[in-house]
Design a protein around this ligand. Structure first.
Ligand code: DMJ
Length: 636
């Protein structure tokens, strides 16, 4: 028998110093202790050890799985870029958003309240932290040089006419599966949004100009299937083959321009002629070129004016044209933003009349008095060819795309038409000198308006095309300052969204310039609508393409969520809204503009894509309705 003290427990001796003891001594002392134990005690210990060993082996797979999951969760929680937006997106998929009542959370929130948007706000801090890492990854892309592609003035003179020049540029390779998954999930979210919009159009407005998604009906403007034509190349780019084929069938069998109908020259040129030409280039299908020739030739009577400055309206069936009933003026942006399309039609047909007509307009405008540091008034008279309503200068409605097309024609033609470039550069200086100011409290750079020498801090959403255009110019060799200004204005356009309760920008913003202001962006009651316009998303696309800074994609993602939350109609389609400041009742206007499919969703898709060759900006130039047209080969 063992003495009682040894029977009930195994005593372990700890060295007196409590510290390190020589290993050999310790092994000997352990062995001695082991030998001192009874056989029963040794058997018990061995039995317990064997049990522990068997238990350990049996539970190893599930433990390792749990550990794996735990570490994944940790990654998810820490990686805003990698996972959180993906989760948000899945929550959002296919959710009916109008006329869904606001949630309790939304009602109680001072600012924007929907769960999705709260996630968005939470993401902000993290996303900039992550951005650092992302930029670093991009910069380390090939282990040496940054992959950032815009190079300001150091760009080669011929770039833009050499289609291979930028092919060497690598796509941003997502370095881990979750990054690739994020890109794909965002692209899929845009496809899903398109399909939803298309469903509404197909069910309630097929072959008509615009969907009225709330009343499940349609409206006509020209009666030419405007939404369908505007959306053709978007479907091609988004790889929506089934939808594209059914639309193509409609074009082949139903579309006729032999109609006694008045159309607006500018709108039908940028949406219909531009849409058909770009679809022809993307698909190579002659059907679209034939239709483009048909509408192009039918629009030509607009140029039969005393001054050769075209009328605003054409009857494409009768071959007659006229100005609006109340004036003989045309809008400056309208007569100077049809050139890309007619120049391309001229190139494809070999008929010089198309180019001659639109270049005549540019030459006249180039020479006109009445500009202010390169800035143009909003109206031009079709009888005498002079500017009218002098003294008001804006980058918004009625002037906007004049500036855009100066640059883009120069790019389209291989950067040889120096008058276009001169006018563009002078205008940018004019903008900087006369229209740029800083807001309070954030110090955002914004573009205001000048009215007879008086500055107004008013900025149309339309002006948000400007960051993209400035960035495009810098990419094609113009001053790096243009790129810096583009980035500042991009932030401003983003703030026009994020400072609104719905996360959607108003049609017109007024910027506060007084110190002590609480918010930079103020909106008048009459300006609170949102028409699903593309300009900010368009500029985000250019800025991301040229800088690879993920923040632009993230901003775009936030905006897409807001469109889904406040403008998506359950039965199909998206609607413009009346009030971006009221998340409880944004008040649907019951209209889906054709540019939502032609431009907004296309630019979302291109923004979220990391492939610089998906409509390479060294091969194509987008018209003002987002229809890509080729940059002419060098020899032409
Ligand atoms: C589009 O038709 C074009 O982008 C045009 O240049 C401006 N207006 C709409 C979109 O806002």
């Amino acid at each position: 028998m063992l003495p009682p003290s040894r029977r009930d427990f195994v005593s372990l001796t700890v060295s007196e110093s409590g510290g390190y003891t020589n290993g050999k001594q310790r092994r000997q002392s352990c062995w001695r202790k082991w030998k001192q134990l009874s056989r029963l005690q040794r058997s018990l210990i061995l039995f317990v050890l064997v049990l522990l060993l068997i238990g350990g082996i049996a539970t190893y797979p599930s433990l390792s799985a749990q550990w794996g999951a735990l570490s994944d969760t940790a990654v998810e929680e820490n990686s805003v870029e990698g996972k959180q937006p993906f989760v948000v997106e899945l929550k959002n998929q296919g959710r009916p958003l109008l006329p869904e009542p606001p949630s309790e959370q939304r009602r109680n929130s001072h600012k924007r309240g929907p769960p999705v948007l709260q996630s968005r706000l939470q993401n902000k801090g993290n996303s900039s932290e992550l951005r650092g890492a992302e930029v670093k990854n991009v910069e380390e892309g090939d282990g040496s040089k940054p992959l950032i592609s815009w190079r300001g003035a150091v760009i080669e003179a011929e770039q833009g006419t050499d289609p291979n020049a930028k092919e060497k540029e690598k796509a941003v390779e997502p370095e881990d599966p979750s990054a690739a998954q994020l890109v794909e999930s965002r692209l899929e979210a845009v496809r899903e949004a398109f399909r939803h919009a298309w469903k509404g159009y197909k069910d309630f407005a097929w072959g008509h100009d615009e969907l009225k998604p709330v009343s499940k009906s349609y409206s006509e403007w020209f009666g030419l299937g405007l939404t369908l034509i505007d959306a053709l190349d978007t479907m091609w780019i988004l790889d929506l083959k089934k939808e594209f084929e059914e639309a193509k069938q409609w074009v082949a069998t139903e579309l006729s321009f032999n109609k006694n109908v008045d159309v607006n020259l500018f709108e039908s040129t940028i949406r219909i002629l531009g849409g058909l030409l770009s679809t022809y280039h993307l698909t190579g299908d002659a059907l679209f070129l034939e239709k483009a020739k048909d509408i192009g030739s039918r629009l030509m009577p607009a140029f039969s004016t005393p001054s050769k400055i075209p009328y605003s309206d054409v009857n494409i069936g009768k071959g007659t044209a006229h100005p609006p009933r109340w004036t003989s003026d045309s809008t400056v942006a309208e007569v100077t933003s049809i050139q890309l399309e007619f120049r391309e039609l001229g190139r494809l047909t070999g008929d010089p009349k198309y180019q001659a007509a639109v270049m005549e307009v540019m030459q006249q405008v180039h020479k006109l008095e009445g500009k202010h540091d390169g800035l143009v008034p909003m109206f031009i008279n079709t009888n005498n060819g002079q500017f009218t309503h002098l003294g008001i200068y804006t980058l918004g409605a009625r002037a906007d795309s004049y500036y855009e097309y100066l640059l883009k024609q120069w790019i389209q033609g291989g950067k040889k038409e120096t008058e276009l470039l001169e006018d563009y550069l002078q205008a940018v200086e004019g903008i900087k000198k006369n229209l740029l100011k800083k807001s309070s409290p954030l110090g955002l750079t914004f573009v205001g308006e000048l009215s007879h020498g008086h500055f107004t801090p008013k900025m149309d959403h339309l002006v948000c095309f400007l960051p993209g255009t400035l960035a495009l110019g810098a990419h094609h060799g113009l001053a790096t300052e243009h790129m810096e200004l583009a980035q500042q204005l991009m932030e401003t356009c983003y703030q026009m969204y994020t400072q609104m309760e719905t996360g959607l920008a108003p049609e017109i913003a007024h910027f506060s310039m007084q110190t002590g202001s609480i918010q930079d962006v103020d909106v008048k009651l009459a300006d609170r609508h949102n028409l699903l316009r593309p300009e900010t998303v368009e500029s985000l696309f250019y800025l991301y393409r040229f800088t690879k800074d993920k923040k632009y994609q993230n901003w775009g993602w936030e905006i897409l969520q807001s469109f889904n939350t406040y403008t998506r109609v359950e039965t199909g389609g998206y609607t413009s809204i009346n009030n971006v400041r009221d998340p409880k009742y944004p008040s649907p206007r019951d209209k889906m503009e054709s540019f939502f499919l032609g431009e907004t969703l296309k630019y979302f898709y291109l923004l979220f894509s990391d492939d610089p060759n998906l409509i390479s900006l060294d091969k194509y130039v987008f018209n003002t309705e987002a229809h890509p047209l080729p940059i002419w080969p060098q020899a032409e």
